[in-house]
Design a protein around this ligand. Structure first.
Ligand code: NOJ
Length: 523
């Protein structure tokens, strides 16, 4: 029997930006509950909700001050429980976000840890002595500014390590008490019915015990992200990370049918090791390769082929086109690529994760300087690293705040231009819209085992076309995606019947692919 997280579609919600229910300009859990009927109508099987825990919001919730409660901005613990119940009532699974690598500096654990060198929780975080000249213990760099990742603590005269903001101190997973406490935080939510976790930068959770320097990156040049100046053999994906994965997996396995999804950015050969030698680590190490490859039929074909070739026996693939850290798909490529992008995501072998708004073709918002929120953009301005553009409010309708919040309320980020046409209401009434296309694809995937479970074979295709077959016994489909803005002949065998086109019509079987058209043929 296949697992729900293999056959299903995951939908990511960035809670600040989905639906505001109390007119403070920030989305919240009751807002998500209000929109569950929409998600059920769309046909997704699971939602992953980015962090909503109590937080000083230095990194908008990825700085957690309490793993077992809800920030008042987002609601209450009982709202979280209601969200789980209401999602389940609609047959939608719930995945929460577990920030395993660091906490907020306001987490009671860290407040204790920094209070004195002999505090019992001192070792729950990564503290180290300065070098003899007073400088930081090694050369490790911070992700959000490219400067030393070590923060000096005047009171106790040691440095603490933080990959992200100084307000996000790094946990020490080698400490058994901290580990037990964090694993109990997982159980807290599993006991309340949560179906899984997305694990924030899970591959960074263990660091070199000897704190060795990272080597320089020979490919780095001025003008690039300053954090990339060094390679990172000692701060991510170190051998002990597989022990860490197993600690978490053992807890997930105490429950039925739970899923662990790892946020991991690594080349395939290293990425796939996170499934575990016996599939005993993470169920789904995120595959971000579609985001990083050049968007051409040939590059995407080789991404799929390389990934499939690297996957170990029994490992289930997955794909992602966007998330809250990446510019939106249609803005990275071009708006006319959105339809085939969506079709690719929803017809490949493996679990797709859809980022909120992708289903309507949302694009990056323009963020005026005085509206910048992301600390990364504030620290390293102008390089396009900031993540506000892809986090703008969900576009529900054409009213002044796009239905995200009430008229007259200022949303925490500006509504993206184009929302008067790119919105759920409008697209629900347009039979050929991106939304209706996405929903049809979701239906097709759900209705056909070949698409949600079947095998996959890449096919030969003319330049600019990506084609593959999906099959189970007695059922065969061919997907053909035209990446180019030109008509291109493509033959998928004689008996091919077109059952779907991204143009939302059914053209004659022998007609050439139209510009940027994706087709599904039943063979
Ligand atoms: C990865 C998250 O996706 C990102 O949004 C966050 O800033 C960092 N981890 C730090 O938690």
């Amino acid at each position: 029997m296949a697992h729900w997280w293999q056959t299903g579609i995951v939908y990511q919600i960035y809670p600040r930006s989905f639906q505001d229910s109390n007119d403070d300009g920030i989305g919240d859990l009751p807002g998500i509950i209000e929109r569950l009927d929409y998600l059920q109508w769309l046909g997704v099987d699971a939602i992953w909700v980015s962090p909503f825990y109590p937080s000083p919001m230095k990194d908008f919730g990825y700085d957690v001050a309490d793993y077992t409660d809800v920030d008042p901005i987002f609601g209450t613990l009982s709202d979280a429980e209601q969200l789980i119940a209401e999602a389940h009532a609609r047959n939608i699974k719930i995945i929460f976000d577990l920030v395993v690598n660091h906490t907020s500096d306001q987490h009671p654990w860290f407040l204790e840890s920094r209070s004195s060198r002999d505090n019992p929780k001192r070792d729950w975080y990564m503290w180290a002595d300065p070098k003899p000249d007073g400088s930081p213990p090694n050369n490790w760099l911070g992700h959000f500014d490219g400067e030393s990742a070590w923060e000096w603590d005047e009171a106790t005269e040691q440095y603490y390590y933080h990959t992200f903001l100084a307000e996000q101190p790094e946990l020490n997973w080698r400490n058994p008490e901290m580990r037990a406490a964090m694993l109990d935080n997982m159980r807290f939510w599993f006991d309340r019915g949560v179906d899984g976790f997305r694990l924030d930068v899970s591959y960074r959770a263990m660091k070199d015990a000897e704190l060795r320097d990272n080597p320089p990156n020979p490919d780095w040049e001025p003008g690039m992200d300053p954090f990339r100046r060094l390679l990172e053999p000692h701060t991510r994906n170190i051998p002990e990370i597989h022990t860490f994965n197993k600690w978490l997996r053992e807890v997930a396995d105490e429950y039925e049918e739970r899923v662990l999804i790892g946020e991991i950015s690594l080349p395939f050969e290293e990425l796939v090791k996170h499934y575990g030698e016996n599939n005993d680590e993470l169920h789904l190490p995120f595959n971000f390769d579609l985001i990083h490859r050049e968007w051409t039929a040939e590059e995407i074909r080789s991404s799929i082929a390389d990934y499939e070739a690297a996957l170990p026996e029994g490992a289930w693939p997955n794909y992602v086109l966007g998330n809250h850290d990446q510019h939106r798909f249609g803005s990275r490529t071009a708006p006319e690529q959105i339809r085939i992008g969506m079709m690719l995501l929803l017809t490949l072998r493996g679990t797709p994760t859809v980022y909120y708004g992708e289903e309507i073709g949302m694009l990056d918002g323009d963020i005026p300087l005085n509206r910048v929120q992301d600390p990364w953009e504030k620290n390293v301005p102008g390089l396009g690293l900031g993540r506000d553009p892809e986090r703008t409010p969900m576009q529900w309708d054409a009213s002044p705040q796009a239905g995200f919040t009430s008229e007259g309320v200022e949303a925490w980020l500006p509504i993206a231009s184009g929302y008067t046409t790119i919105n759920v209401n409008n697209e629900r009434s347009e039979p050929a819209s991106i939304l209706m296309m996405t929903r049809s694809l979701i239906r097709l995937r759900r209705d056909h085992a070949a698409l949600h479970l079947g095998g996959q074979t890449l096919l030969d295709a003319p330049e600019g076309v990506l084609a593959y077959e999906r099959q189970v016994e007695g059922e065969r489909f061919v997907v053909a995606l035209n990446f180019r803005g030109e008509y291109t002949a493509f033959a998928a065998g004689d008996e091919g019947n077109i059952v779907f086109s991204t143009y939302m019509d059914l053209p004659p079987a022998d007609s050439p692919l139209r510009p940027h058209e994706g087709r599904l043929l039943r063979i």
